[in-house]
Design a protein around this ligand. Structure first.
Ligand code: SF4
Ligand code: MG
Length: 338
């Protein structure tokens, strides 16, 4: 069977004054209905760029997109801007870190949620207002029937995030893209919002892509995880496996910078030693080699030679030249309990 969302060999490149930025290079993954894929990596790893490609939000004048993105049988990279416009908000919805970028300060939340609904369903104003109230209830906003006429600034940060979720889900999208949706919120509210998303997913079977730099968020929400580095997937698999027995030195770095594996979501990632590579001159071989502690062990010629590929099969995979035995030993003896 075909996966619900399938991304194959995606490349996204931008022309800039300094040269071509290879923001995403040969990325493949699937997301099934009712499941959450966590995409994790530092900023500049290609997470957001990947999602903008799925949403059709890149400006074709500056961006070259290659590969295939198939959603429910439809190929999206060749869809017209009009088709993508129809898809967004309807089949595919998104929520971002800052609700104020998607909510207008000038209109009531009821009007904004209702307009999205009307645009895609042709419902009447009256029906749209009722639907807005229903959605505000579903996302747990108290006194929804009276709050529907409030403006975004009259809500707290966490409540605004709920309003944005209500707007994103008003047309029952099949795919929800959440880009660092709780980063700006305090721990308790963050946990509430993540739990709310899970609950709504259980009710509706929405597929979710959860973009985050925080493995705690992944642990709490995702079924599968994709670790990205320099525009590529370097490790992928079921959350339990990738967080339980991670294989790639970069993933070890991400994990080590968390105090405890099963800590609540309040732990921001400390960046891994060194800086992310330039996406104009991506290091040859393994793009992680300038920051890796294990090149001597794996064989420096190997690490700086050909680029290691993520094994093309499903399941737990990683792109590193260390042997499986080396990976196991290093993780259990040096990383796990640190
Ligand atoms: Fe490190 Fe080499 Fe593995 Fe890359 S391939 S992560 S440089 S050991
Ligand atoms: Mg981003």
């Amino acid at each position: 069977t075909t996966p619900f969302l399938s991304v194959r060999d995606l490349t996204v490149a931008f022309g800039t004054e300094d040269g071509v930025v290879h923001a995403v290079d040969g990325l493949s993954f699937d997301v099934e209905k009712g499941t959450t894929l966590g995409i994790v990596g530092e900023s500049g790893s290609g997470k957001s760029v990947t999602n903008l490609a799925i949403l059709g939000l890149h400006d074709p004048a500056y961006t070259k997109i290659g590969g295939e993105i198939t959603l429910d049988g439809r190929e999206l990279t060749r869809a017209s801007p009009r088709e993508m416009e129809r898809l967004r908000g309807n089949k595919v919805a998104m929520i971002f870190q800052d609700p104020l970028t998607s909510l207008s300060p000038y209109h009531t939340v009821g009007r904004q949620i209702g307009e999205t609904f009307r645009k895609h369903t042709g419902a009447s104003r009256r029906e749209a207002r009722d639907r807005a109230i229903e959605m505000l209830r579903r996302v747990g906003i108290p006194h929804a029937a009276s709050r529907v006429d409030d403006h975004p600034h009259q809500f707290s940060g966490g409540m605004r995030q709920r309003v944005m979720i209500a707007m994103a889900l008003v047309c029952d999208p099949d795919l929800l893209i959440a880009d660092e949706p709780t980063t700006a919120l305090d721990v308790t509210v963050q946990a509430q919002i993540l739990d709310l998303l899970k609950e709504l997913q259980d009710q509706s079977g929405t597929a979710i892509i959860m973009v985050t730099h925080d493995l705690g968020v992944v642990a709490r929400t995702a079924h599968e995880v994709l670790v990205m580095y320099a525009g590529r997937a370097i490790e992928r698999g079921a959350v339990r496996e990738v967080l339980g027995t991670p294989r790639h030195p970069y993933t070890w770095g991400l994990l080590s910078s968390m105090p405890k594996l099963r800590s609540p979501v309040d732990v921001p990632l400390v960046p891994v030693r060194g800086t992310p590579p330039s996406l104009i001159n991506v290091p040859p071989g393994c793009p992680f080699h300038p920051r890796c502690d294990y090149t001597e062990l794996a064989g420096p010629g190997l690490c700086r030679g050909e680029r290691p590929e993520l094994a093309p099969h499903r399941g737990h995979g990683d792109a590193c030249y260390l042997t499986p035995a080396q990976k196991r030993t290093i993780f259990t003896e040096q990383i796990k309990d640190k």
